[in-house]
Design a protein around this ligand. Sequence first.
Ligand SMILES: Cc1cc2nc3c(=O)[nH]c(=O)nc-3n(C[C@H](O)[C@H](O)[C@H](O)COP(=O)(O)OP(=O)(O)OC[C@H]3O[C@@H](n4cnc5c(N)ncnc54)[C@H](O)[C@@H]3O)c2cc1C
Length: 364
Amino acid sequence: MPAVWLSLSQNSPDILKQFDQLVVGGGLAGSLMAYRLWKAGQKVCWIKTSPHGSSTDVAAGLINPLVFRYLTPVWKVETLLPQAVSFYRQLEVECGRQFLHEITVAKLFGDQDQVLWQRKIRLPKVSRWVESIGAVADDPKLIQPWGAGFVNGYWLDTTMFLLAVEQLLSQHLNIIEGYFDSSKLEQSEEGIMYENSIIAKKLIFCEGWNAVNSSFFNFIPFRPVKGELLTLKIKDWKSNYLLNKDVFLLPIGDQFYCLGATYDWGDLSDTPTEAAKTDLLEKLKAFLPLGVEVVEHRAGVRPAVADRRPVAGWHPEFPHLAILNGLGARGLLIAPWLSQQLLELILNDKEIDAEVNPLRFWKK
Ligand SMILES: Cc1cc2nc3c(=O)[nH]c(=O)nc-3n(C[C@H](O)[C@H](O)[C@H](O)COP(=O)(O)OP(=O)(O)OC[C@H]3O[C@@H](n4cnc5c(N)ncnc54)[C@H](O)[C@@H]3O)c2cc1C
């Protein structure tokens, strides 16, 4: 710490609190980073607003290893998926809650899909994720003239996850509920000071799509995407599959299902729209023409980057500032691996994967 901050902290311990790490943001990225730093023995201060309405809170929570449009594996999925599953399982044990569930994804085929799938499953990198090709059995109400392909996926209950992690960390970290205001940040050669009261060696920004307003990381071409979801009640019909055809229908218990999701790059409010609701319901009707009751309608904004890769690493000019962001539409799959990458950079100076380094956008 700078000598002047240190002497202040020694003379006024109540005014200045010292930490190894300051984490900003209480969504998926911030929760994982705060957790990993704490587990690594760091003294962490976590500044967060309520996660209600964050992308993580709104998210459907799906983890699907394949991109259905082209039937290709998701970016780095062979590394990301095993890490994600073992990470969330370990966290479940620590929190004493189950929030990760296995689910079979049934991709209902369009007229060209059967041919595409038969061709692509000859590739081991695709076939390893495919359970079978056939049709959803014993479901006369479902329209599936070209059959379906089945894939092993996961569903993570993000609202329960956020609560469980916060409950765990509240016993170990200094958590400050509130908005981090960058104009109250001072930097020196040794670290940062916030609001004249908190000093830390490093500051990690995990602000979700609000990073578009960042004073420091605005050189990254963020391209946030709004998404909307409906919670439906469907009587006299039951499915254990996550059905997918233009939209997905996820069973979340009893007669309730989550229907999603839309993509809108223009309107970045978190206000649900009638247009999105109509669009989702019409797409559902094309394969499941049943009466449904809409019980909830939610909207959020995914923090995405123009090159469709996440970002994690140091700021090129401010050596105490780091970022974890750009999780896009697949945050649950990416975040465990990405937060581990950033942890090793921060604590062990291990080089970060070039594809996620914010330096890729830096032009002097
Ligand atoms: C409709 C929808 C469906 C989705 N479905 C899926 C899915 O099925 N599977 C999947 O993997 N992903 C899905 N996602 C994407 C997923 O939600 C994101 O990838 C991930 O949750 C992003 O996490 P984050 O922590 O970066 O951002 P967020 O969850 O948005 O968290 C950022 C938090 O930081 C807070 N914050 C920002 N600035 C400050 C500040 N200055 N001070 C204090 N706090 C601050 C924000 O208020 C927010 O709480 C979906 C997203 C949406 C919108």
